[in-house]
Ligand binder design. Structure first.
Ligand code: GLN
Length: 304
């Protein structure tokens, strides 16, 4: 398969197409990004890297970091985690509060905001220096010490994060948050603020395509069983109330963020990230979904 050729075709198809959608504006710092950025980066488990456009520029990975938080939390507490967070798709927006009261403070899944806030609570309880250790973990997955937090994004989210604060407070009232509310929010905003390029993100996701093993060092980070569970959760919950459409169109597990990135995993083969900051009404990258759909259509490769 000539991945570079297909990436070029997909890139050229969408490069000048009308870019519908709007850049996330509820986090003021994210509004500063050039809305016309567009990059596609693919890395294979054998270490080959391909890309087009702005695939080496860094962007705010936002909710994509929920997958890293899930991985680290599962590594530390194992399947006990599922007592505090479910595995069903929510069918609701990423920041919806409606199910949380009905379901007594147990989030539907770890990839919506409520679920990730519980992951953050668990990591704060278990790690000595949560921010340093989390960043070191992501750097290790990506084999890349340049990965970092963006503290301006952290400050911006903190200032306007009323809804995330509502989530933590509601869950605390049900006993599903153990730590101080401000500490949980601070850690959550840090993990959302991580910046990576399409290339770096695809590389850091390779363990999910490679049975839980880092292909460049051979180190097993998580078991095959945990890898299966993470990929299944990403497939069903990674794009919130658009997860069904994404699965239908693309046929790969994928995770989006409001920074405009979407990373998709092809187990046994590669990870691919598309970045385009304009979002559709569900908060997912408009071009990102279309580009990934064309990519799997042209390569005729999906998990199905
Ligand atoms: N930091 C964002 C928030 O909490 C993450 C949302 C997202 O990427 N979908 O609102």
């Amino acid at each position: 398969m000539n991945y570079q050729l297909v990436i070029n075709e997909v890139y050229n198809t969408f490069r000048n197409s009308t870019n519908k959608g709007k850049i996330a504006n509820y986090i003021p710092e994210l509004k500063k990004v050039d809305a016309n950025k567009f990059g596609i980066g693919l890395v294979t488990i054998s270490g080959d890297s391909f890309g087009a456009g702005d695939y080496k520029d860094t962007f705010s990975i936002q909710s994509i970091s929920k997958v890293f938080a899930l991985t680290l939390a599962l590594k530390i507490v194992g399947n006990k985690l599922w007592k505090r967070v479910g595995v069903e798709p929510s069918g609701d927006p990423f920041n919806s509060l409606v199910q949380l009261e009905f379901e007594k403070g147990i989030p539907r899944n770890p990839l919506i905001n409520a679920g990730a806030l519980v992951l953050c609570d668990i990591l704060i309880s278990k790690l000595k220096n949560p921010k340093d250790e989390f960043l070191a973990f992501v750097q290790k997955l990506g084999n890349n010490n340049n990965i970092n937090y963006n503290l301006n994004v952290v400050a911006s989210e903190k200032k306007y994060g009323f809804k995330n604060a509502a989530h933590v407070n509601l869950m605390k009232s049900f006993g599903n948050i153990k730590n101080n509310i401000d500490d949980v929010l601070d850690f959550y905003y840090h993990i959302c603020s991580i910046e990576m390029s399409c290339e770096a993100l695809s590389k850091a996701f390779l363990l999910y395509a490679n049975r839980g093993v880092l292909p460049y060092t051979g180190e097993e980070i998580i078991s095959l069983s945990i890898t299966k569970r993470i990929n299944a959760t990403v497939q069903l919950c990674g794009l919130y109330d658009e997860a069904g459409t994404f699965s239908f169109k693309v046929g790969l597990p994928g995770k989006s963020g409001v920074g405009g990135g979407i990373v998709a995993i092809h187990p046994g083969k590669y990870c691919i990230t598309v970045w385009s900051p304009r979002l559709n009404k569900k908060g997912n990258s408009y071009k990102g979904i279309n580009a990934l759909e064309l990519f799997t259509t042209k390569t005729e490769l999906s998990i199905f």
